[in-house]
Design a protein. Structure first.
Length: 346
């Protein structure tokens, strides 16, 4: 068996390549080594692809995936070779007070993956990180595999936005962002019982998918025009819950402006140049919650079953598929908004 593997490499803004690198391996007794079955390009990857965030040049990338365990360390108790698993984007110990509270993405013993756009990946803290899927990949069709891939990140993140925004039955929820996370946020808001879901989108294909996922209204306006539109739709009061799934200053400021007094903004978009006004939120009693999604917590408490029972189909956010050798095309397509999200299959 070869001790090398193919991996996507970030070569600088706008440039991706595939290289042969040393194969991922078990390094610690708590590790597992995964053969990847599906991975993908994330919207957050585009920040550095576009040169808007720092990222080491000539380094591996990627944090989402599903795969099959090929090797486990001597201390791994809950998984074995051959298990089909979801690999959440954060890794976590699973035993500390933070993990037990359901916030594995903030585990002080954990971290985040950054090399999953490759044929193999090392998983630290395997017992506290991985989510087992019944059977094997061959037992599922492509659509289900795509949906399983989303619960490694975007579906769990969209759901986290809805949970953080404290969406309740009967609420009017606004979803900022029509990328994969925002679209999955629409699903999350519907799962939690929102009666009216307003998707902020100016792209016909994404707006159509948002409606399919449960959006009742679509607003194409931006900035103050968007705020005025939503206020007009809600009797001047604003939304009961806001899911901020972008992370830009424009998106966050708009979210604050269209939120009802006393509402909660669930923010999951990676913040860039965002400033939160203490006085602005204070005098309107606005709640602001959220951050990196505790994927494993949500997967084990409903999302995995919802996918397997075909209650939700978030895999629809993948509108193009590539193999690893065409990773540049996968990034270009997302960067140019030709696709919503690029899936990489092995």
């Amino acid at each position: 068996m070869s001790d090398m593997m193919k991996a996507a490499m970030f070569m600088g803004p706008g440039r991706m390549e595939v290289e042969e690198v040393p194969k991922a391996r078990v390094e610690q007794p708590t590790d597992a080594m995964i053969r990847m079955v599906r991975t993908c390009v994330c919207g957050s990857d585009l920040w550095y692809f576009r040169g808007l965030s720092e990222h080491a040049v000539h380094s591996q990338i990627g944090h989402e995936g599903i795969g099959v365990i090929e090797e486990v360390g001597s201390a791994v108790a809950d998984f074995k070779v051959g298990d089909f698993v979801v690999v959440p984007f954060p890794y976590s110990c699973g035993t500390c007070p933070v993990c037990k509270a359901g916030f594995e993405s903030c585990c002080p013993h954990g971290g985040y993956f950054g090399a999953n756009q490759a044929e193999y990946a090392r998983v630290p803290e395997a017992d506290g990180t991985l989510v087992k899927v019944p059977g094997s990949p061959e037992d599922y069709d492509d659509a289900t595999l795509a949906s399983l891939l989303t619960i490694s990140d975007v579906m769990s993140t969209g759901y986290h936005a809805a949970v953080s925004a404290e969406v309740k039955p009967g609420d009017t929820a606004v979803v900022m962002g029509d990328g994969a996370v925002g679209l999955c946020g629409v699903i999350g808001a519907k799962m939690l019982g929102a009666e009216r879901i307003i998707a902020m989108s100016r792209h016909e294909d994404r707006a159509a998918l948002a409606r399919e996922f449960g959006a009742t209204d679509v607003v194409a306006e931006r900035d103050q025009a968007a705020i005025d539109k939503v206020l007009g739709m809600t009797g001047g009061y604003g939304a009961d819950a806001v899911l901020e799934c972008v992370g830009s200053k424009q998106s966050f400021d708009t979210a604050v402006g269209l939120a009802r007094a006393g509402a909660v903004i669930g923010r999951v978009g990676l913040p860039h140049d965002v400033t939160i006004s203490a006085e602005g939120s204070f005098y309107r009693n606005l709640g602001i919650k959220g951050g990196p999604a505790p994927v494993r917590h949500y997967d084990l408490n409903g999302l995995l079953d919802a996918v397997l029972n075909h209650e939700i189909n978030p895999g629809r956010v993948f509108t193009a598929e590539y193999d690893l050798d065409h990773i540049q095309d996968a990034y270009d397509a997302m960067d140019q908004r030709k696709v919503i999200k690029s899936l990489i299959r092995f």
